[in-house]
Structure formats: C-alpha cells, structure tokens
Design a protein around this ligand. Structure first.
Ligand code: BGC
Length: 341
C-alpha cells in the first residue's frame, strides 16, 4: 500500500506543461501555467506519502480553479542530502520549476539548495523538516510549512495522562508509577526532539509519576520499531505500562511486535502515537492504539498550494496568514477512540 502510494506520487509528473516558454522565475503579465519542483527526503515515509497524495489531488483542483496548467515534478532523495542537492540543481538548471517545495533530508544543511534557488530567483517552500531560523532568514523568498512540534508532544502526553487517570488498572503493578518506553524518530529531527521531551513533560505536569524503562530510536520506521519492541518485550515482559511513540508508524511497529509475541490486548501497555495516518487511525478504531495526534496533512498540503499560488500566480502573499515571519504552522488535533465512532 505504502509502496504503491510512493509509485503513484513519483509517476505523477502531473498535468500539461505549457508555461509560455518562461524561464524559472521570469515574471509574466498573464500566468498560464506554473511548474513545481518537489523534492522529498524519502518517498517511502508513510506520513510524507500521505501528505503528497493530498498535495497531488489538491493541485489538480487548484489548476482548474485558477484556469491554468500546473505541472509537478517529484524527486525522491532516498535519505541522501547529496542526492537531494543534485536533484534540486537539475530542476533549477533545466528550468523545470518556477517554485520549489523541499522536504530536506538534513534539516541543518540547506545551504546548497538556498544558494542555487537564490541565484535563479526561485522561491522555496520548505516543509515538514524544519530548517533552523537563521537559514530561513537568509533570503526573503524562503518559507516553511509545517506544524508546532511542541503541541503534538503535549497532546500525546495528555492522551496518555487521560488513559491512566481514567483507568487505574493500566498501572499494572499498582505501584503508582507509570513504567514507560519511548520510541523516538530520527535523531536531530525537530519532531523527535520536541515530542520526546514534551510528551513526558506533560505527564509529569499532570502529577503522574513516570519511570523510563527504555528509550530507543527507530527512525520513524515501522519495521525498526517492531524489531526493537520484540527485544524490549523479552527484556521487560509485563513491566511495560505505556509506550509513547514519536509517530504512528513506530506505534504500529510496537503493535506488530505484540501480535508476533501473541500477547493479547488486555495484557499490553497503553500505546500512543502521533500523525493520524490512515493505518494509525484504523489502529485507534480497532482499540490496538489508545490514541494518536493528527498531523494535519490536509491543512499542510493546502497551505503549500495557497502559498504556491500566491507566489507564482498572484505574485502577492498579502492574503496568506503566516504564523510568524514566513512560517505557516497547522495545529494538531487529538484523536482518541471516541472520535473514531
Ligand atoms: C511525522 C513522521 C515523519 C516525519 C518525516 C513527522 O512530522 O510525524 O511520521 O516520518 O515527519 O520528516
């Protein structure tokens, strides 16, 4: 399913390109078409694949609405910053884009992309993987679309807190302390760092006592999380009362490990994720995951498209609601089982 999505996305060099023979960045009185270059850190990442599905569906609607043609060329960097840099360079040099949407591989290393874009006057919308503020400030045609990582961690902590406050039996050994395991995304990703800290911080603010049994990095990845969880089940068995995962794919990996170990639901810990991916929401609905936090992929796709239209078609961003500076952040939403029925 995931692979299929990625294939669809990559195959989708959408629509007709007629762009008036314009070079990248050249202004035209009447815009008839625009070319968007999209560069992804990894097209197989579930959240990114779902976000791009939204984006590609909505872009067709936007083209109809604006009465223009919009072409989208999507590149997969497969986790390599060097690959991303050369793909972006190629898109720019071959005049294959009027605007760039970049999901950085290494969010601390956008220099090559910023320099190339600025040289050819191509605005860049960075998304999902947040560059540091100093880099965004290097040129006034750099933007960021994403979310507020802190809010997602707080919501995850609130969901977990609610579980234990409402169901004292989730404290399996009855010691008044929540023994938990943390599944972290990539080291250095803004969402891993902040979600890890704020989810546990929220539990403590709510006066719940916590005891970390283990914290593992599973790079947002379901298979990695599953294999690491299998080891933790062997090590800690029934002691684990809560699993906080930085994203749904890792929470699903944790569930996979419990399924493989044939441990029934009533013996499992409370498992909470973040993203509200399709599979994540289904796991909440099925009662396998206690809750998740919706990472608004629809809102983020729409915000990117509105910004693209403002920059490349209307040449006016005055109607765009920036959260601050040139940042757009969409709010997260808590999802628990009640919301799924
Ligand atoms: C999502 C993860 C995703 C990551 C990719 C995060 O915001 O929650 O699921 O893997 O972005 O950068």
């Amino acid at each position: 399913m995931m692979k299929l999505n990625a294939k669809i996305i990559l195959g989708l060099v959408a629509a007709v390109t007629l762009v008036l023979g314009t070079g990248c960045g050249k202004k035209e009185e009447q815009i008839k078409g625009i070319k968007i270059g999209v560069s992804l850190y990894d097209a197989h990442d579930t959240f990114i694949a779902e976000l791009m599905n939204e984006f590609n569906n909505d872009i067709t609607e936007e083209a109809n609405k604006q009465g223009i043609t919009i072409s989208v060329e999507t590149e997969d960097s497969e986790g390599s910053q060097a690959k991303q840099n050369s793909a972006v360079q190629r898109l720019i040099e071959q005049k294959a884009c009027d605007i760039l949407c970049v999901n950085l591989v290494d969010r601390t290393n956008p220099t090559a992309i910023i320099d190339a874009a600025q040289q050819h006057d191509i605005p860049v919308i960075f998304f999902n993987r947040e560059l540091v503020e100093g880099d965004l400030e290097r040129w006034n045609k750099l933007y960021y679309v994403g979310a507020d990582a802190r809010q997602s961690g707080i919501y995850e902590g609130e969901l977990a807190a609610e579980a234990f406050l409402e169901n004292p039996s989730y404290d399996k050994n009855g010691d008044g302390v929540i023994q938990y395991v943390m599944f972290e995304g990539e080291a250095g990703h803004q969402d891993s760092i902040v979600r890890t800290e704020t989810s546990v911080g929220t539990l403590m603010e709510k006066k719940l006592k916590v005891d970390k049994l283990s914290s593992v990095i599973a790079n947002w990845n379901r298979a990695q999380a599953s294999s690491k969880m299998s080891t933790l089940i062997e090590e800690f068995g029934d002691e684990i009362e809560l699993v906080l995962a930085n994203n749904d794919d890792m929470a699903l990996g944790v569930i996979d490990a419990y399924n493989s170990a044939h441990i029934m639901n009533s013996k499992r810990p409370v498992i909470v994720g973040i993203d509200g991916t399709n599979d994540g929401k289904n796991a909440v609905k099925a009662g396998d995951m206690y809750g998740t936090v919706y990472n608004d992929k629809e809102g983020q796709a729409k915000a990117m498209i509105d910004l693209i239209t403002a920059l490349a078609v209307k040449k006016d961003t005055s109607e765009i609601q920036f959260t601050n500076g040139r940042y757009i952040r969409l709010p997260y939403v808590k999802i628990s089982q009640q919301d799924m029925h």
